[in-house]
Design a protein around this ligand. Structure first.
Ligand SMILES: Cc1cc2nc3c(=O)[nH]c(=O)nc-3n(C[C@H](O)[C@H](O)[C@H](O)COP(=O)(O)O)c2cc1C
Length: 269
């Protein structure tokens, strides 16, 4: 089978899962293409037999670039599509929410599930779940790896599975989506710690929506289109990107540096 998987990653968890899914499905003799729609617009290949979307859960919904991919989907003519999310704590009804939006376009969304991965949100006002230390990250990845093997086998066998269909998932998901606007307050609090910033411009190259530019001062400047992926905040090599002054304290507001050293930040320019 030709399998086409779209993914978006901020801090690498989804890319880590996508690469493992490609290896697992590849080992069964399938040809798997991974693509990030920000870097490779154009959507799914017309000749793919099976489509997938791998996504990090953002307040019980999809990251903006994957929402855009879904919104631009052509008529599916019954093509089979799976949704595989990953979150740190709670996914709610994310998959169901998007299954309901994808199916009217003529796709058979036969499989919806999610995996647990390390958290990448630890900002002032929202630091209830600290970024786990390396040994805990390894344990979480080990469990995710086990579940991913089971999930890939189930997808390949054509099993029908949909998680997040119960009322509690819907209530939790709907309230998270309704409250998501509060995260928009974070983007007003972006600043650069000039005493740390090396002006390497990595944040500019990592930003998926070209919202960061090098200002006249030679330091990064943030525009007003941020989608709050927190990539610049987490992956700045010297933790110079701040969300509020108190996030200078990197012991308290630990950045998540990704699942493994071989998963490098995705650069867009
Ligand atoms: C804006 C934003 C919102 C998030 N919302 C949730 C959430 O609702 N539930 C959850 O468990 N994790 C949430 N997370 C954590 C991520 O889903 C999780 O850490 C994921 O594995 C990150 O994947 P990535 O490294 O591929 O970006 C959120 C992360 C971000 C950046």
């Amino acid at each position: 089978m030709k399998i086409d998987i779209a993914y978006f990653t901020s801090t690498g968890n989804t890319l880590w899962l996508a690469q493992r899914a490609r290896d697992l499905m590849g080992a069964e003799g399938h040809a798997v293409r991974l693509f990030d729609p920000v870097a490779q617009p154009g959507g799914f290949a017309n000749d793919a037999d099976l489509l997938g979307i791998l996504y990090p859960v953002w307040a019980s919904t999809l990251p903006d670039p994957l929402q855009a991919l879904v919104q631009a989907l052509p008529r599916g003519e019954g093509r089979r599509l799976f949704l595989l999310g990953n979150c740190a704590i709670f996914t709610g009804d994310t998959g169901m929410h998007w299954k309901r939006r994808i199916e009217p376009r003529g796709y058979d969304v036969f499989f919806v599930d999610h995996l647990l991965m390390p958290i990448n949100v630890n900002v002032p006002g929202f630091n209830f779940w600290p970024v786990p230390p390396p040994e805990e990250v390894r344990a979480i990845l080990g469990r995710a790896d086990e579940k991913l093997a089971e999930v890939c086998a189930a997808i390949l066998s054509g099993e029908r599975r949909v998680d997040g269909t119960d009322l509690a998932s819907w209530l939790g998901g709907a309230s998270q989506r309704a409250l998501y606007w509060t995260a928009a307050l974070w983007k007003r609090a972006y600043a650069v710690a000039a005493d740390r910033c090396t002006r390497c411009s990595l944040c500019v190259r990592m930003c998926p929506i070209e919202n960061i530019t090098m200002g006249d001062s030679g330091y990064p400047r943030f525009g007003d289109r941020c989608i709050i992926c927190l990539k610049c905040y987490n992956l700045c090599p010297v933790d110079a990107v701040l969300i509020g002054r108190s996030s200078r304290d990197t012991a308290r507001y630990r950045r998540y540096k990704g699942p493994a050293p071989d998963i490098k930040p995705v650069l867009y320019r």
